[in-house]
Design a protein around this ligand. Structure first.
Ligand code: SF4
Length: 229
């Protein structure tokens, strides 16, 4: 698996065929007009808090994460404070969120590593981020994008769904969709592409009942099941 991921990273994306690139360019222009300054909905006041919130958000909604971090961050908003809080009390603080035991264990181990290896700071490279317990490619992509302004495109469930339904970057795995998105997304929209797609998937192109009649990218969407508007 690691070898495949490394290979995926090493190969620059091939340019998209012209019609696909034109459709994607129109789609991103429409999303940019609808949400000119998209932002993450995970509340945070530092790179470390962003990292914690993104780790907590795996298989949990941003709202449920914000409810937890609203109480957690004033008590333990730094690696040192989280380490001092300890795994048992951290688990009690985040127990309403899915996969809480594993997340508590990973966040304590990550806090320790940040203090030991990075002076308590969140590192700015993919390799260093993915070396932290509980930090995979998606989490690293979000942190690189939101904290460090890199044009990475994290593929979560919403981005995966919108990319597949619209047909701009179909794929069976998040990595496949990410490669497709990097191929078709115009450079000017790469920094915000993740947020355009995640917000569109969360509020319009919803899993069970997409709001196709109100969709601003309806004209660019190739989903055969899109509803009449
Ligand atoms: S037209 Fe419907 S299916 Fe297509 S992107 Fe919009 S909401 Fe999603």
């Amino acid at each position: 698996m690691r070898g495949r991921r490394a290979a995926a990273r090493a190969v620059p994306p091939r340019p998209a065929p012209a019609p696909a690139a034109r459709t994607a360019a129109r789609l991103f222009r429409a999303l940019a007009r609808a949400t000119p300054t998209p932002r993450t909905e995970l509340n945070h006041a530092s790179h470390f808090q962003l990292l914690v919130a993104v780790v907590l958000s795996a298989q949990a909604t941003d709202k449920s994460v914000n409810r937890v971090t609203e109480r957690l961050f004033p008590r333990a908003g730094t690696p040192q404070a989280l380490l001092e809080l300890g795994e048992a009390r951290l688990l009690a603080a985040i127990r309403t969120i899915g996969l809480a035991p594993g997340k508590a264990r990973n966040l304590i181990a990550t806090s320790r590593l940040l203090l030991e290896r990075h002076g308590g700071q969140v590192p700015a490279t993919r390799a260093e981020l993915e070396a932290l317990p509980g930090v995979g490619r998606k989490t690293a992509n979000v942190v690189l994008n939101v904290a460090f302004g890199e044009p990475t495109i994290a593929v979560d469930t919403h981005v995966f769904r919108v990319a597949n339904r619209t047909g701009i970057a179909p794929g069976r795995t998040p990595e496949e969709v990410e490669r497709g998105l990097l191929r078709v997304t115009p450079p000017a929209h790469r920094l915000n592409a993740h947020h355009y797609l995640i917000l569109h998937g969360r509020y319009v192109c919803k899993a069970r009942k997409p709001d196709c009649p109100a969709c601003v990218i309806r004209a660019q969407c190739a989903w055969p099941e899109k509803t009449a508007g």
